[in-house]
Design a protein around this ligand. Structure first.
Ligand SMILES: CC(C)(COP(=O)(O)OP(=O)(O)OC[C@H]1O[C@@H](n2cnc3c(N)ncnc32)[C@H](O)[C@@H]1OP(=O)(O)O)[C@@H](O)C(=O)NCCC(=O)NCCS
Length: 171
């Protein structure tokens, strides 16, 4: 657990707990339904969110940035592929609540995830980012990720094709 002062408020970064589920789902579902920040299209209902948390809490790979009880951002680590050979390659996910972006919260979350990925025995981290997402590309490049490839027009969302940029960072 760590804390930082951000725009005058004490922000704590800690492992996600069950009580954070609704707020995490609200942050995620907005992006799923209305933006191309993620190519996912299925919002999480209460049950799906509980399952998501169970999957990620086991190895402490879901983290939140909070002020008091308010979740301002969250992030997670997942195996890059669901096959044993890929287990030490971890894909990250970082989401900041609308209205709180550009204030360093994504940085706090990604920094924490990189530390946890090392503790989990990760060998490298990958991020798969919709190519128009300048904020996420910048965030990852600032944290040692570099572009290893671009998948051209692999996803259709909100009525148009999207490229996905793949970035990788050694651990
Ligand atoms: C992408 C996201 C996680 C970044 O988090 P954030 O808290 O807004 O970013 P930070 O304030 O920590 O800034 C990180 C870097 O990105 C830059 N940045 C932030 N917003 C930016 C924007 N809209 N365009 C370009 N760069 C931007 C910052 O200047 C900073 O770079 P610097 O250190 O060189 O100044 C956040 O904007 C977000 O949740 N967006 C919607 C969901 C999403 O896209 N998630 C990622 C999916 S791959």
């Amino acid at each position: 657990m760590s804390s930082d002062m951000l725009v005058g408020r004490a922000v704590r970064v800690r492992s996600a707990v069950a009580a954070d589920g609704d707020q995490i789902a609200a942050i995620w579902n907005h992006e799923v339904l209305w933006t191309d920040a993620t190519t996912d299209t299925e919002p999480r209902d209460g049950r799906a969110q509980r399952e998501w948390l169970e999957r990620h809490r086991g190895d402490a790979s879901a983290v939140v940035a909070v002020v008091g009880d308010e979740v301002l951002a969250y992030g997670s680590l997942s195996p890059y592929r669901p096959k044993p050979a890929f287990a030490r390659t971890l894909e990250d996910s970082v989401y900041v609540k609308r209205g709180h972006r550009g204030a360093g919260l994504g940085t706090l979350i990604l920094r924490e995830l990189i530390g946890r990925a090392r503790e989990l025995g990760g060998h490298s981290m990958l991020a798969r980012i919709t190519s128009g997402n300048a904020a996420s590309l910048r965030l990852h490049q600032r944290h040692g990720f570099s572009v290893v490839g671009v998948e051209r027009e692999v996803a259709v969302k909100l009525g148009r094709w999207h490229d996905v940029t793949v970035l990788q960072r050694p651990l």
